[in-house]
Design a protein around this ligand. Structure first.
Ligand SMILES: NC(=O)c1ccc[n+]([C@@H]2O[C@H](COP(=O)([O-])OP(=O)(O)OC[C@H]3O[C@@H](n4cnc5c(N)ncnc54)[C@H](OP(=O)(O)O)[C@@H]3O)[C@@H](O)[C@H]2O)c1
Length: 269
């Protein structure tokens, strides 16, 4: 049975303790069925608690976690995922991503992709994927496990960083793109072009930015600590932008990258 990634998910980066528990609990109440966490966020246990306390059936929920760079070696990946599952109180996650390619390629792509595939075969994760992979890293990942095994490449995409080279390569190989930081960490809210489009659609700038990504076929994982914003972001699925709206937002490309951690980020396309 195939389990496509729900188009709108709930991001949890930076959110800790009661804040993340409240965000996930509220999100699940409002109808989110896709939660995005990671080993490095330090919140898997709180995300797991919020899920366990909800009334949502396990098979209705899509949970993603990501393997941190220190756990990429062939003998470390599976034990680290088992640790994540314990924190999340789950027997299996729906999707496990390699969070970043190994810095300076210290661990070869084939080694961690094969370990990730072994985790899938062992039933620890229903699907596998990658994050922050360049076209070169995607090519190596495809060589290692085959494109059909790679569900998604989760990368930064918003109006100011459209990541067109990576998106085109992924599309060519049938790999879905998940857009992270889809609101450019709040910057879209102050954009006059997006605000004008939002006014015409009686929507908010955040909804327009999300609709622009959804209409390109991307999954989106905005985060929010506020009920009203969580609810509004889910409503983005109902907005239909015109071709002119889509083109006006596409023209905002500025190669403005937000997530670029020194010593970890690869040489970008
Ligand atoms: N794979 C990776 O390497 C990677 C890297 C970065 C992020 N991610 C994932 O992507 C998710 C999203 O990224 P992000 O959280 O950094 O940034 P984001 O979703 O682009 O922006 C979140 C910010 O926007 C605000 N916001 C959300 N909805 C709003 C609305 N409707 N109106 C006004 N403001 C709104 C939030 O504030 P309030 O709390 O006040 O609403 C928060 O400050 C992360 O949580 C994480 O799961 C993955």
């Amino acid at each position: 049975m195939s389990h496509p990634i729900p188009a709108i998910g709930l991001g949890t980066f930076r959110l800790q303790g009661p804040v993340v528990i409240d965000s996930v609990r509220t999100g699940l109440e409002l109808g989110y069925r896709h939660v995005d966490t990671a080993q490095i966020y330090g919140n898997e246990a709180d995300v797991g608690l919020a899920i366990a306390q909800s009334n949502v059936a396990r098979d209705e929920l899509f949970v993603t976690t990501k393997i941190w760079t220190e756990h990429l070696a062939g003998d470390k990946l599976i034990p680290s995922l088992k640790d994540s599952l314990q924190k999340l109180r789950l027997e299996q996650v729906d999707l496990t991503l390699i969070h970043w390619p190994s810095p300076q390629d210290a661990v070869p792509v084939a080694e961690y992709m094969q370990a990730l595939l072994a985790a899938k075969r062992a039933g620890l994760t229903r699907q596998i994927g990658i994050s922050n992979f360049t076209a070169r890293h995607m090519r190596e990942a495809i060589d290692a496990v085959g494109a059909s095994e790679i569900e998604t490449n989760q990368v930064e995409v918003h109006p100011y960083l459209q990541n067109r080279t990576v998106a085109a390569f992924a599309r060519e190989h049938g790999i879905h793109v998940t857009a992270y930081m889809p609101l450019a960490y709040g910057k879209v809210m102050a954009d006059p072009v997006i605000a004008a489009i939002a006014d015409r659609h009686r929507a908010t700038p955040a909804q327009v930015a999300l609709a622009w990504l959804l209409q390109q076929g991307y999954a989106v994982i905005p985060s929010s600590t506020k009920r009203a914003n969580l609810e509004a972001n889910l409503g983005a699925a109902r907005i239909v932008l015109t071709g002119d709206d889509m083109a006006a937002i596409a023209a905002l490309e500025a190669n403005e990258r937000i997530a670029n951690p020194e010593g970890i980020a690869p040489q970008w396309d």
